[in-house]
Design a protein around this ligand. Sequence first.
Ligand code: KG4
Ligand code: ZN
Length: 335
Amino acid sequence: MNKEQKINLLAIESSCDDTSVAIMQNGKILCNIITGQEVHSKYGGVVPELASRSHQKNMIPTAEIALREADLKIEHIDGIAYTEGPGLLGSLLVGQQFAKGLSLATGKPLIAVNHLEAHVLSPLIENPELDFPYLCLLVSGGHTQIAEVESVSKIKILGTTLDDAAGEAFDKVAKLLGLKYPGGPLIDKLSKEGDPNAFDFNIGKVPELDFSFSGFKTSVLYFVQKKQSEDATFVEKHLSDLCASVQRTIVDYLLSKFKKAIKKTGINKIGVAGGVAANSMLRQKILALGNEEGLKVYIPSFQYCTDNAGMIANAAHHKFINKMYSGLDAKVFSS
Ligand code: KG4
Ligand code: ZN
């Protein structure tokens, strides 16, 4: 701990295509700097090698901005946290090696954080009073899970996707509608002008609390191919209705499973996390569900939904207090 008895943690997130560095003081985020990577949009998805190279380029400047914004120097930092996985190996390695370097140079401990745990704990960032247990719907580009959060270190997965993730479904359908990567935010934006009930698509029928999105993608593909063969300008003419219908189908599907989990567990505090938690319709419908069912709802602000180092700092805080450090020989993992 530094002179003023404050715990200052520097956290690094580099699991996919955003380079992020956050600084947390005594459990409060001082800054959460996110440097995006434009380079992938023309390829229709994240290109792993380009992501690693961009992290390499952006890491030090992002950390410098974070320290400047928090008005701290590296010698004020008490612990260095980083994402250990799951994610892209090359990208994770850039963040981890930078963290190891900082740890060696400063003599401060290293803290490895699981990316999914960090997402699931993100509703706590702005609501430290949120007590356990709570149910979290984690919806990102790589994962779709319903988690029962019993404590910061005890997270039970009640359901998961059997194929694509919810974010992936948004992105893949967006691509077949001719939209750029990442398509999720674009579908959200275009949906505002469209009719969510204009078209119906089939979506995965898998039991209990698991999810499936691969059939949905095929259903949209066949529908669009058929309509385009009758009228080549179909997608262009109906783009906002298509987006709104796609969004409604995914959101209602996520909510139907989440409602099932709420009923099954009887837990009355709910949260949502991950990039798709930035979706305006999902946020709206989760709030409405809370009102209807008398549930307490915790939705992180946008900057803590998509990949960010603030959530890594948040998950690292209790590990630091409990001296759950990682060694310089720590590995990263992809899944
Ligand atoms: O959590 P995240 O930033 O990265 C992963 O760990 O995967 O999630 C990224 C995903 C992408 O698939 C992106 O399209 C989706 O989140 N996303 C959205 C929205 N904002 C981001 N999907 C729907 N509506 C949004 N507003
Ligand atoms: Zn993520």
